[in-house]
Design a protein around this ligand. Structure first.
Ligand code: 5GP
Length: 198
């Protein structure tokens, strides 16, 4: 998606250790007009899929998923990252390794909000090694829900997550796929996406 790629080129910051900061428009300050365009693009790419729920993970996925949910006209469920006293005992729980924080944490979804009737679109801001998505996929499996596809804003194509997901035969639609990035020059190169019409 050209609009997102241009924005990353303009405002993204490449940090050592393969970290791309997008906190001026996605991760901290959020550009809702951009999110709306992203939502339209996912709607186009997943046209015809019987999505009845969007699943994401706190915190950065929530803003993107909320705007997309309005486009798809379905509710959003976000996986919580730590056990909370407000949650029912009846939860799906799994463990995820965090790329950004370098530690393991629990991910929790209440059984009330995900079940075998659900046709889920999973959305998240970043795809790196795929740990977050594999955790969300495990949760949908526990629930017996059907995964209709996965939408990602920024995939780091040089890390293995994209391959792991596509190998499972799941439709994965990343709106910008970073082929390489250089912390010294700040330069970001994107993979060409044939299906794109934007
Ligand atoms: P994964 O589980 O695929 O390794 O990493 C995905 C999660 O890590 C995302 O939800 C995102 O929060 C975070 N993440 C991974 N790589 C980056 C990055 O380069 N920049 C930012 N801002 N977050 C990242």
């Amino acid at each position: 998606m050209k609009l997102l790629e241009e924005r990353i080129r303009r405002d993204g910051i490449v940090r050592p250790g393969n970290v791309l900061k997008v906190d001026s428009f996605i991760n901290h300050q959020m550009d809702i007009a951009l999110f709306e365009e992203m939502a339209k693009e996912w709607k186009r790419r997943f046209a015809g899929k019987p999505v009845n729920k969007i699943l994401t993970i706190e915190a950065s996925g929530i803003g993107i998923a909320a705007i997309a949910a309005r486009e798809f006209q379905v509710p959003v469920v976000f996986a919580k990252k730590s056990q909370s006293i407000n949650l029912d005992a009846d939860n799906y729980v799994t463990k995820i390794h965090s790329f950004t924080h370098g530690r393991e944490y629990e991910v929790i979804v209440s059984k009330k909000f995900l079940g075998s009737d659900d046709h889920v679109l999973i959305l998240d801001d970043f795809l790196a090694n795929g740990c977050a998505l594999l955790g969300l996929l495990e949760i949908t499996q526990m629930a017996g829900a059907t995964v209709e596809g996965i939408g990602i804003a920024v995939e780091k194509g040089f890390q293995e997550g994209g391959r792991l997901i596509r190998e499972q035969g799941i439709q994965l639609e990343s709106l910008a796929i970073v082929e390489s990035m250089d912390a010294q020059t700040g330069k970001v190169r994107f993979r060409c996406q044939e299906k794109e019409n934007a």
